[in-house]
Design a protein around this ligand. Sequence first.
Ligand SMILES: *Cc1c(COP(=O)(O)O)cnc(C)c1O
Length: 367
Amino acid sequence: MELIHFLDLKALNAPYEQEFLAKTQSVLNEGWYILGEEVLTFETDFAAYCGVSHCVGVGNGLDALQLIFKAYMQLGKLQLGDVVIVPANTYIASILALINVGLKPLLVDPDLDTYNLKIGAVERAYHGQVKAILMVHLYGQISDVNEIKEFAKTHNLLLIEDAAQAHGASYKGKKAGAIGDAAGFSFYPGKNLGCLGDGGAITTHDAHLAGVLRAMRNYGSHIRYQNIYLGVNSRLDEIQAAFLNVKLPHLDAENAKRSKIAYRYLTEIENHKVLLPKIEDRKAHSYHLFVVRVADRMRFQKYLQDNMIETSIHYITPPHKQKALATFNDWDLPVTELIHQEVLSLPLNSSLTEEQQRYIIEVVNSY
Ligand SMILES: *Cc1c(COP(=O)(O)O)cnc(C)c1O
């Protein structure tokens, strides 16, 4: 068996090569590279896909989240120093987005079954300075929405989604991006919907917020050289939007392929040393990552590597233990720490052949 890559982006994008080349030629011919027709088309189509009325294309997923919070500050709905509940086991971007705009992250241990925030923990963590909840649909699963939404409503909190791993995931029929007050997406190449560089978007039902965001991403300006907000430069490029326009119609098929592989893993991996993910609703997951837990994770990873299976770890160090987040280093987050010690991500994407899937299952079962 040849080495099975954790993620082979070239193979993943190969089916779109001809369309990418045609789009590149067409963007070149247009001669318009920033905020043009391709971005507009993508914003319209992605909003429709998610089931919201507005989508604003931005430079990347981190900017998407930061801009949401900056816009709410601009609108007076958040103030500098307000506290935002965020799951402690997220990718550090969710937490940086808060710190970078002057908000205070309140790191909360997730549920050990779903790896997502659970209502009980949110209730225990809540206090009077908390003004928002940042849900993260980690690995592509959305959890406990109704309870958390109800809690947010009761306490007048903003509910924001970090949907960077959840393109096409849903909860009781509602898509990621349409659940909270606003959501941030990333189109980093490795995501379920990925472009060929950096890209991101914000989705929301709120027309007023969307309007502020459209200006904020472009120097705080709706009309050229008239700046009404302290904005930033974070725009989705025409060329990246063009690639996304090619891939968006295939997102459901891509997710369905991932789902089929994940289902094979879930039913055919049988090894008491390997704890499988708990999927609450099989059709609702975007299967961005297939994350198992193993007590001796590093040994298991080496075993797989020796058997030509490349894996990855999401993530190896919890955000609160990072040097950059020194003020959080002594926070007590036992669930998050356990998760980071044990998680390992198996290859899961549409470029895996049946034979590779069968082989991965066989090798995992023989551990
Ligand atoms: C990828 C990711 C981000 C950041 O997206 P970028 O486009 O890389 O800035 C944020 N949150 C989560 C959960 C992610 O997986």
